[in-house]
Design a protein around this ligand. Structure first.
Ligand SMILES: [Zn+2]
Length: 214
């Protein structure tokens, strides 16, 4: 089962990817992990990527695609995989389709977690984190007992700058600009499955597994 996972930051991709990975025994693959592994092992592709990153440049699509394809050839991907954060643009999506087609292979599902922006902004706005131990809190009923200090370590509990509404809205605008064309691309191929990401987690997950017909 070969899956591309699409969804805004805060839409619940990580939760569902982890569960799919556990239930179906397929790896959850993010480009960030691939870059880190290749840099750590000093592979030729990793060194090439590093030369761009060292100059503060974006890693070109071709190289990113090569790194991902190399990862998909690993034995743990035989039964399938969940791609998270890739493809990031239309040209990467097209390159992936082309490379898979050369092996008589294809993506089975582009699972698109749909959550309205205002819901994501509200979800993120409620997040709080401990400055001491990193424990997560939430203003929706999961705050420390005194409202400001971590129950575990006593350090201050704050909102991360990344979770502030204006920052989240900016990230969502970038996300939509990049992702809508990818979703439309898989829709045209008949592979997009829109899942209501505002449903309770278990219910949304049941909608995902229902796609697989087992
Ligand atoms: Zn703490």
């Amino acid at each position: 089962m070969k899956i591309v996972l699409l969804g805004a930051p805060g839409a619940g991709k990580g939760t569902h990817a982890t569960r799919l990975s556990d239930d179906y025994g397929i790896p959850h693959i993010s480009t960030g992990d691939i870059f880190r592994a290749n840099l750590k092992n000093g592979t030729p592709l990793g060194l090439k990527a590093k030369s761009y990153m060292d100059q503060g440049l974006l890693v070109p699509d071709e190289l990113t695609v090569d790194l991902v394809l190399d990862r998909l050839k690993q034995p743990d991907c035989e039964k399938g995989y969940i791609l998270d954060g890739f493809p990031r643009n239309l040209s990467q999506a097209e390159a992936l389709t082309k490379a898979l087609a050369e092996e008589n292979d294809e993506i089975d599902y582009a699972i698109h977690l749909m959550v309205d922006d205002d819901v994501i902004v509200r979800r993120m706005a409620g997040r709080r984190v401990c400055t001491g131990c990193g424990a997560s809190y939430n203003t929706n009923g999961l705050m420390p007992k005194d409202g400001h200090h971590c129950d575990r370590c006593g350090a201050e509990v704050v909102q991360r700058a990344d979770d502030a509404p204006e920052t989240v809205l900016k990230r969502l605008a970038v996300y939509h600009e990049q992702t809508e064309p990818i979703a439309a691309y898989y829709r045209a191929l008949g592979k997009e499955a829109q899942i209501d990401g505002t449903l309770p987690k278990d219910e949304a997950y049941a909608h995902i597994t229902a796609l697989f017909g087992d």
